[in-house]
Structure formats: C-alpha cells, structure tokens
Design a protein around this ligand. Structure first.
Ligand code: ZN
Length: 337
C-alpha cells in the first residue's frame, strides 16, 4: 500500500514536471511596479438607469509619477461606463481635478503624487446589469529628468518614403483574447525594443507563447492590464505578431504614452540567445515601416527598454546593435531636409 502511494506521489511529481516543461513559460521582462493595489469596489448596477460610487482616498506607501489604472468590468450592452480618478501631489498637497477614462488609463507627471481617489458612473437607458469586478493601480517612480525628457514633443522629422507594412500575423490568427476594456489613444513618437527573456528561444512555441504572454499580462495580479502590453512581438524565425494597435497606449515601458513597444522573443543577455539574421530583418522591416509612417527619427527616437529602466532589456546582444539598426532604418526611409 505504502509503495503504491509512494509511486503515485512520485509519478504525480514527474507528471507535474513534464507538464511544466511542455507548457509554454511566459513571464516576459516587465518592470515591477513600485506601488501596486487591486481594489474590489463591489459596484453592481442592475435595473437602474443611473448609479455612481466614489471610493475613499487611498494613500500610497511611496511617491510615484507614472500610473496605469486597469479596469475589469462587465458593462451592459447599452450602458455607458465611466471611470474618474484624481491624484494628490506629494509636495503641494493639492489634488488634480477628476480625470475621465473608459478602461485602461495612463497618468504621467513630472511631479510625484502619493494619494488617489476614484469614482465610477453608469448610465444605462435599458437598465441592464453592469458589474465592476476589479480596478488595478500600478505606480512607478521615474526620475524627474527622465520624465521631463520623455514628455517633450520630438523635433519634426520628414522621411522621403513610406516603407511597406511587413506581413504581420493578426490577433485572430494567433488566437488573441479580446481586450478587457477600452484602450487610450496616443500619437506614435518613439519606438522601444524589448526582449521577452522568458520564454527564451528554446522555450518559444509559436502562437502559444504569444497567448501565454497575453494571459500573463492580463491575468497576473501584478499587471492585470487590459490586453497584452506590447504592440508587436517577433519570433526567432522572423514571424511578426500583432499586439495592441500601435495607435493606442501600451504597457511595456513607463511612461508608455506615445511609444510603441516591440518584443523580441528570446533572451538576448550576454552568452544567452544570439539574434538570428531572419529575426533581425523582420525587426528592421517593422521599425522602418513604423518610422516612415509616423515620422519618427530613428537616430533620436529608437530606444531599448534599458534606456528608461534598470532592466537589461532588450539584452546586450540586441542593444549593442541598435546604432547599426538606426543607420539601416534611416537608409531605408531617407530624410527630406
Ligand atoms: Zn522590456
């Protein structure tokens, strides 16, 4: 009896290890938030044309200047759901006015904030069922100088030609889940390259890995974002996958507003994965298309994540090649002076 139990125990460990080895690991190389809290306001509107809830004021245990708010709500078909948030500045103690948002909201400021208060409003002529499940607040502190630099509008740049959009695997084709809620629109001004770190190249399993990263970004309590954080992802074999539309704010490098995040699947830290030429070509095609379409000067506004973070992302093997990429993109798109 004991032997059988023991065998079952051993075989279940073996089975677990086998399953762990075959399920696509997906952690991706993201910044850990300095402040993180998930709220469950318990706000349900049913059989009513209008209702609202105002939360208490929440004090953060650290001062931050970049915040992502992700709302998880089931909204009745004809209902209008609006969120509002206001922040209290750390030094002056003054509150901002209430800022409106639909689903995911990005707040950036040179001055830090250290408290917030939220309000949610439902207007529903059909008196259906709307339910606010959770609100996740992620805050980061970005040094003031970097924040000032980041919030500047880039100098005008006019490319000579628009490079064709490369072949991109659509969300439907890789089996993406729909976003939980509305995105925030932005203007493309910067291109930022990342690596996934995990999965590395040998752990990459095509579309399953992209779905794994999306689930991690949407379901992990540390993130709980409305969708996959990146705008594009590229597999080691050169396949480009569609993430969020590039015209909306992503979640990949704080502050995210106005930047497009591209994730190279693999671990490009020293002595880890080399970047294959076919993958590099896909990256160049994608960057050239984006730079030419949105008038982004690759010499100034192409970055690695590590330019804004203490992470090594996108890894030295890729980061060291950025100067060469900048030249090649400029050659591909030209400049009207
Ligand atoms: Zn990164």
């Amino acid at each position: 009896m004991f032997v059988i139990k023991r065998l079952n125990y051993v075989s279940s460990i073996v089975l677990f290890l086998v399953l762990a080895a075959f399920s696509a690991p997906a952690f991706a190389d993201i910044d850990q938030p300095d402040y993180q809290k998930t709220h469950y306001p318990g706000f349900t509107v049913s059989g009513k044309a209008y209702d609202k809830i105002q939360t208490e004021e929440f004090t953060m245990d650290c001062a931050v200047n970049n915040i992502i708010i992700s709302v998880d709500a089931q909204v009745a078909e004809k209902a209008m759901f609006k969120g509002y948030i206001r922040f209290q500045y750390t030094h002056s103690g003054k509150w901002t006015s209430y800022l409106a948002f639909d689903g995911e909201y990005h707040f950036s400021s040179v001055n830090t904030v250290s408290a917030y208060q939220m309000m949610f409003v439902v207007t529903d002529p059909e008196k259906g069922d709307t339910r606010l499940n959770a609100v996740t607040v992620n805050g980061n502190y970005i040094p003031e100088e970097a924040m000032e630099y980041y919030m500047q509008k880039p100098l005008p740049f006019q490319p000579q030609k628009v490079v064709a959009r490369p072949a991109i695997v659509s969300r439907a084709a890789w089996g993406a889940r729909p976003p939980k809620n509305a995105y925030t629109q932005h203007q493309v001004q910067r291109l930022i390259v990342h690596h996934s770190w995990i999965p590395n190249q040998s752990q990459y399993k095509g579309a399953a890995s992209i779905r794994g990263i999306q689930s991690y970004h949407m379901d992990d309590p540390q993130t709980s974002w409305t969708d996959i954080g990146y705008h594009f992802l590229i597999g080691p074999e050169g396949t480009i996958y569609e993430g969020r539309p590039e015209t909306v704010v992503g979640a990949h490098c704080s502050p995210n507003t106005n930047s497009v995040g591209i994730c190279l699947i693999g671990d490009y830290d020293p002595n880890k994965d080399p970047i294959p030429p076919v993958m590099e070509q896909s990256l160049l095609n994608l960057l050239s298309w984006l730079a030419s379409k949105y008038n982004v000067d690759p010499r100034v506004n192409l970055y690695g994540h590590c330019d804004f973070s203490t992470k090594s992302c996108p890894g030295k093997n890729v980061y060291d090649r950025l100067p060469q990429y900048k030249e090649e993109i400029l050659k591909a798109i030209g400049e009207n002076k």
